[in-house]
Each structure stands twice: as structure tokens, then as C-alpha cells.
Design a protein around this ligand. Structure first.
Ligand code: NAG
Ligand code: NAG
Ligand code: NAG
Ligand code: NAG
Ligand code: NAG
Ligand code: NAG
Ligand code: NAG
Length: 392
């Protein structure tokens, strides 16, 4: 008897303490949704009435299992227009999934939405949001899709904090600046294509295909304008040097290193002994051979042009690269290194065979590219690099 009353009493306590909390939570979610709907013009009727049960009759709303709060809100293509008012959806503090894709929302995206503490899936693609991306996001985010909007400004560095992200889609916006180095180990899908992003692809994101980055015009258009300008400047410098009387024109020496008697093709004969192992690799390059390995590799001539000769070199560990040996290039070490840095950056562009490393000495200048079997040779021989280098 005693046991029974105490058990009943504790049940009563549980009910009287928690029931109002549960309904209060759901009621505040309901009010937030009604405030949102009242402020935002829309075309479809959502059947949201303050008197009907939210968990069973409101279109687009899914409650948590115990019906204590709204956990999913899916309202794609409802014909919403205008701004999302802050202090409406941003109050749904148990929301895990929010989909408002394919509406006509514009203006800023309120940061109280992106910082909802439980938010895991956020789909806002195909709207017309403008302004900067919010700097703060829920640490729980798994999918973040803000594609096909009109967002401007930089990609915030704070995206780096979203360690649970598996999908990040910012394609078709108007984002600018450089791409931050996002070390997100779980990320499976990344699309930053069709923005105004510039600079190079950070090493942490080079595992993604080129199609993740296409259509960022500044990565190539701006780059080639810079290239042409620089090429002209260097051309002027070279002509000036020649007028100053320095003959300067160098030919690769045929002696050196005792390698000339080997039957295979040679491209390293101008390498000076103390300069060995001065092969300069670009960031993000996974090759780990040194100059000596390169010189020891068996090589065959791929083609000759006014710039010099291109060789296919097969290293041990079955690594194959293309080595371009520049002939009669008169340029100082500093200038050469600067040019290489620029070409190396442009080389991140999908249509350009990437430059991986270079070697510079007075008598020998070598450029090392990826070897891509079939069809790529003409790009290599006649692509941007070639036309640029022919100015040198
Ligand atoms: C709309 O709400 C009413 C209750 O208010 C409900 O009976 C009806 O099924 C709902 N309609 C839809 C399409 O959910
Ligand atoms: C939650 O609400 C749904 C729909 O109104 C209902 O079918 C379900 O039984 C409720 N669950 C709980 C635990 O009350
Ligand atoms: C998006 O917004 C811009 C500026 O507010 C406007 O010029 C453009 O027409 C809008 N686009 C759509 C599809 O509504
Ligand atoms: C989030 O990222 C920013 C920039 O990368 C960093 O400064 C900040 O400390 C991070 N915040 C947390 C909570 O890790
Ligand atoms: C993107 O930005 C550029 C320059 O900042 C501007 O000219 C262009 O109209 C913008 N495009 C869109 C769709 O907002
Ligand atoms: C990237 O993150 C992983 C785990 O989150 C960490 O172990 C690794 O050191 C990080 N790498 C860099 C370059 O920051
Ligand atoms: C990124 O989006 C572009 C444009 O829609 C598409 O062509 C490309 O395949 C996408 N890339 C990835 C990796 O999803």
C-alpha cells in the first residue's frame, strides 16, 4: 500500500513537472512558426492553424518522437517571398532539418537559423539570398547547401570548425576571395563551382575533382591577364638586357656529371654539381623523388618546340612525369622563381596540365609536369605554359 502510494506520487510529480515543459516547448515552436508564416508571403496553403494539432495536421512539420518539439521543417517550393524574419525560425531550438529550397527568399540569411544548436541538415538552395554568408554555424551540421543564391563575400574560415560536415555546396553564388584551407575529414561532396573565387585550391581540398571548382573565372581569366602582363614585362626586361650588351644566351652544356655516354635521352646535362637536389616542388604535390632520381630516369623525347624539348621520364616506383627542358632562356633566378610560382598557381586550373616542380641553374632550366597518357601532349606543347614561356 505504502509502495503503491509512493509510486503513484512520483508518477504524478513526473507528470506535473514535465508535461507543462513539453507543451510549453511545443507551444513556443508553434508560435514561432505562426509568426514566421504571418510575416512571409507565400502561395501554397500550409494548413497551419493555431487550433489544429501541429504534429499531425501542419504541412511540412515533423515533431520529435515524444511530440515535445518540432524537429523537421520541410517547405520546398511553397512560393515564399522576401526576407526570413529573425526571431521566428531561429526559435525552433530542437530543429534538426530545415529545407526551404526552391523558394524566392531574398536579403540576408539570419544567423539565428544557421546557429540553431541541433541543426544537422540545412537546405536553402535555389533562393535569392544576398549578402555575406553567416560566420557562425551549428557545430552539428552534416549537410550545408546554400547553392544557387546570390551570396557575396568570402567563404568564412569558421567552416573549418564544422567537423561533422559531409556535404558542402556553395555552387552558383557570387562568393569571392580565396578558398580557405578546410581540413574536413568527413567531407564527401564539395561544390564551389560558378563563383568568383580566386587564388589556388588549398592542399586539403585537392582530393576533390576539378568539377568542384569550375566556373570561378578569376582562377583562369584573371590569371591569364596577369600572365600576359608579366610576360610583356619580362620581354621588355630581356630586350633591355640584350641592348646592354650582355650576350647572355645560354646553351645547355653537353658535358657535366659524366652522364653523356648513356644511351638514353639526356635532359640534365647542364645541371651543376653543387646545385643537385635543388628541385623545387609545388605545394600539394605528392611526388617524392629528387633531382638525382629524375636525371637517372629513362627518358624519351616527346616533342620539340621553340622553347626547347619535352621528355617523358619514367622514374623508379613507376612514376612517369614530363620534363620540359627550356633552351636559350635568359632570365635571372629570382624572376624565374617568381614566374614558376605564378604558373604553378595557374596550373591548378582544370584545363592546364599541372606544373609540379622546377629546376633552375644558369645552364639548365627544367619544368616537371604530370604525365597524362593520351591526348594531353598538345595541351602541354601548345597550352598556356608554352605560349607564356616562349616569351621568356
Ligand atoms: C488540415 O488540418 C485539419 C485539422 O485542422 C485536418 O483535419 C486536415 O487533415 C489537414 N489537412 C491536411 C492536408 O493535412
Ligand atoms: C505524437 O503525435 C502523433 C500524431 O499526432 C501521434 O500519432 C503519436 O501517437 C504521438 N506520440 C506520442 C508519444 O504522443
Ligand atoms: C535576385 O535579387 C536581385 C537583387 O535583389 C534581383 O536583381 C534579381 O532579379 C533576383 N533574382 C530572382 C530570380 O528573383
Ligand atoms: C572556429 O574557427 C575560427 C576560425 O578558424 C577559430 O578562430 C575559432 O577558434 C573556432 N572556434 C571554435 C569554437 O573552435
Ligand atoms: C556578382 O558580382 C559581380 C561583381 O561583384 C557583379 O557584377 C554581378 O552582377 C554579380 N552577379 C550576381 C548574380 O549577383
Ligand atoms: C586535419 O584534421 C585531423 C582530424 O580532425 C587532424 O588529425 C589533422 O592533423 C588535421 N590536419 C591538418 C593539416 O590540420
Ligand atoms: C558542381 O557543380 C557543377 C555545376 O552544376 C557540376 O558541373 C559539377 O559536376 C559539380 N561537381 C561536383 C563534384 O559535384
Amino acid at each position: 500500500m505504502e509502495f503503491c502510494t509512493s509510486s503513484m506520487f512520483s508518477s504524478l510529480v513526473v507528470i506535473t513537472i514535465f508535461l507543462p515543459l513539453i507543451t510549453a516547448d511545443l507551444n513556443s515552436d508553434k508560435q514561432a512558426l505562426l509568426d514566421f508564416l504571418a510575416a512571409v508571403p507565400h502561395r501554397r496553403n500550409l494548413n497551419w492553424s493555431s487550433t489544429s494539432p501541429i504534429c499531425s495536421s501542419w504541412i511540412g512539420v515533423t515533431c520529435s518522437q515524444d511530440n515535445s518539439s518540432v524537429s523537421i521543417l520541410r517547405l520546398p517550393a511553397v512560393g515564399f517571398m522576401g526576407h526570413i524574419p529573425s526571431n521566428t525560425l531561429g526559435k525552433l531550438d530542437s530543429l534538426r532539418t530545415l529545407s526551404l529550397r526552391s523558394n524566392r527568399f531574398n536579403g540576408d540569411l539570419p544567423s539565428d537559423i544557421t546557429t540553431l544548436p541541433s541543426l544537422q541538415y540545412l537546405y536553402l538552395q535555389h533562393n535569392n539570398f544576398t549578402g555575406d554568408l553567416p560566420a557562425s554555424f551549428s557545430r552539428q551540421l552534416d549537410v550545408l547547401d546554400l547553392s544557387f543564391n546570390s551570396f557575396t563575400g568570402d567563404i568564412p574560415e569558421t567552416i573549418q570548425n564544422l567537423t561533422l560536415l559531409t556535404r558542402l555546396n556553395f555552387q552558383n553564388n557570387n562568393l569571392s576571395g580565396s578558398i580557405p584551407n578546410l581540413n574536413l575529414t568527413r567531407l564527401k561532396l564539395l561544390n564551389l563551382s560558378y563563383n568568383q573565387l580566386s587564388g589556388s585550391i588549398p592542399s586539403s581540398l585537392q582530393r576533390f575533382p576539378n568539377s568542384s571548382f569550375v566556373g570561378n573565372s578569376l582562377l583562369c581569366v584573371g590569371g591569364s591577364v596577369v600572365l600576359i602582363l608579366l610576360a610583356l614585362i619580362i620581354l621588355c626586361c630581356c630586350m633591355k638586357k640584350k641592348n646592354n650588351g650582355g650576350s647572355g644566351v645560354l646553351k645547355g652544356k653537353t658535358s657535366g656529371g659524366g652522364r653523356t655516354e648513356k644511351p638514353k635521352e639526356e635532359f640534365g646535362s647542364g645541371v651543376q654539381e653543387p646545385e643537385k637536389n635543388k628541385l623545387v616542388f609545388f605545394e600539394g604535390c605528392s611526388y617524392n623523388f629528387d633531382l638525382e632520381d629524375l636525371l637517372r630516369a629513362s627518358a624519351e623525347v616527346l616533342g620539340k618546340g621553340s622553347y626547347g624539348t619535352a621528355y617523358k621520364a619514367v622514374l623508379e616506383e613507376s612514376t612517369t612525369v614530363v620534363v620540359k627542358r627550356l633552351k636559350e632562356v635568359v632570365v635571372g633566378k629570382k624572376d624565374f622563381e617568381q614566374q614558376m610560382e605564378i604558373i604553378g598557381r595557374v596550373g591548378q586550373h582544370p584545363n592546364v596540365v599541372p606544373l609540379r616542380a622546377y629546376y633552375y641553374s644558369k645552364d639548365e632550366k627544367l619544368l616537371v609536369y604530370d604525365y597524362i597518357p593520351g591526348g594531353s601532349l598538345s595541351t602541354l606543347l601548345h597550352g598556356t605554359h608554352f605560349s607564356f614561356l616562349s616569351f621568356l
